[in-house]
Design a protein around this ligand. Structure first.
Ligand code: ATP
Ligand code: ZN
Ligand code: MG
Length: 395
């Protein structure tokens, strides 16, 4: 018997549509868990552990599993997935996992879990996509903005981020401004098991986090303001941070990634129309480069207890995902999303239009590393095999 593996038979089976979601949440169950898997029919969970546990610890862990699963299935309902585009059948040229080749060519360097540096080929490809996104943004008359990588805790609290996504937060701190603390750190700081051994009391209270999204910064920028006109369109690229625990996986799922957003602020119909128009413009672009993907309705992976919100998102078609084909896995990966937040940010941050109604907001968001990874997964590492449109733009 393998004493580092636990099997749990569930009283309440996990419905099909939640299996993937539960599996990704198992990564946050307990620090002793290496991998958690749900059986295909949803009735059993298998946990592979980093170390063997005593009976009492196993009982506690099993209780956590039941708590997680029960709270996730309590408010769930089966979402009706709406497909807006399906171009998965496009003839892609490449079938292998591109990561080994990228590593071999010196195109990716892993600094740590979910933290990667990229080489010239990937950077050129990302710059190409960026030029395209910028030209689309400019067609929408978007004004450019630049936002910091840090975001105040007080801001995220205002928009309920802590309740919805506590598991993925990344905190920023610094040493307390105290001579004893600073001297002690400079003399004794050392890394053990990949982390600083420093006593947590040496660190100041957390005022900032590493930002999880780009458009939030614009909404905070506009907090308590009445806009001078009926709409505002903006664009920005930024670093985003989401701690994805043991789900961190090659370039597919990063702790630190970058996102280009085109942000629409105005009345409901304006935001919905612009979102739709962005999707249609991108549909043409993706066709010219032969990109294989589909667009379907989705919801955000809220932490447990917030599933009513996910149902709500789905019912109102608030999020459409661009899911690119990854031929080597025979699966898809979200490389972008078209989002509509209704007047959520307008209300919570008191942003109004000239007629005193709250603004509605939405965005088109593109994950740059995932765009490049998916393109290379479909067309390979050699630009000779890429669409003429892309190759032409490579230096
Ligand atoms: P997923 O379901 O794969 O976690 P998401 O729904 O959390 O994606 P969004 O919040 O819609 O993603 O973010 C917009 C885009 O940012 C995604 O479509 C993706 O391209 C990118 N993105 C999100 N999380 C990551 C990550 N951990 N690593 C790399 N890119 C990411
Ligand atoms: Zn956004
Ligand atoms: Mg996510």
């Amino acid at each position: 018997m393998n004493d580092k593996r636990i099997e749990i038979t569930l009283e309440n089976k996990i419905p099909d549509h939640l299996i993937r979601e539960v599996e990704s949440k198992l990564a946050y169950l307990d620090e002793t868990v290496k991998v958690g898997k749900v059986s295909p029919e949803g009735g059993r969970i298998q946990l592979d552990l980093k170390q063997s546990l005593v009976e009492l610890e196993i009982t506690a862990l099993k209780k956590k599993v039941v708590r997680l699963v029960d709270s996730m299935i309590r408010d769930t309902y089966e979402p009706k997935v709406k497909i807006l585009e399906d171009h998965l059948e496009r003839g892609v040229k490449f079938k292998d996992d591109p990561m080994p080749g990228l590593v071999k060519k010196g195109e990716v360097f892993k600094e740590g879990e979910g933290v990667f540096s990229l080489g010239p080929l990937l950077t050129h490809l990302i710059n190409y996509f960026e030029r395209k996104f910028l030209s689309v943004a400019s067609d929408f008359g978007a004004s450019p903005y630049r936002f910091p990588a840090l975001i105040p805790a007080a801001f995220l609290e205002k928009v309920n981020y802590f309740k919805a996504f506590p598991h993925s937060l990344s905190f920023a701190t610094h040493l307390r401004s105290d001579l004893d603390v600073i001297e002690d750190f400079s003399q004794n700081a050392n890394c053990e098991d990949g982390g600083l051994s420093t006593d947590l009391h040496s660190f100041a209270k957390i005022q900032n986090l590493l930002s999880p999204a780009v458009c939030y910064h614009l909404y905070f920028f506009l907090m308590n303001q009445k806009l001078p006109s009926d709409s505002l369109t903006a664009t920005a690229v930024g670093n985003c941070f989401r701690y994805e625990s043991s789900n961190l996986d090659s370039l597919e799922r990063l702790w630190n990634f970058s996102m280009r957003e085109i942000i629409f602020i105005g009345r409901k119909q304006f935001v919905l129309d612009q979102r739709e128009s962005a999707r249609k413009t991108m549909e043409q672009f993706f066709e010219t480069i032969g990109f294989a993907y589909k667009i379907e309705s989705a919801n955000d992976p809220f932490f447990i207890g917030e599933f009513k919100q996910a149902a709500f998102q789905n019912a109102f078609q608030l999020k459409y995902e661009i899911r690119a084909s990854l031929p080597y896995k025979n699966s898809t990966l979200a490389v972008g999303s078209y989002n509509y937040h209704q007047d959520f940010f307008g209300r919570h941050l008191n942003i109004t239009l000239p007629d005193d109604t709250f603004v509605h907001t939405g965005c088109a968001a593109f994950g740059l590393e995932r765009m490049a990874l998916a393109y290379i997964a479909q067309f390979g590492l050699d630009p000779k095999d890429w669409a003429e449109e892309v190759r032409r733009e490579m230096p």
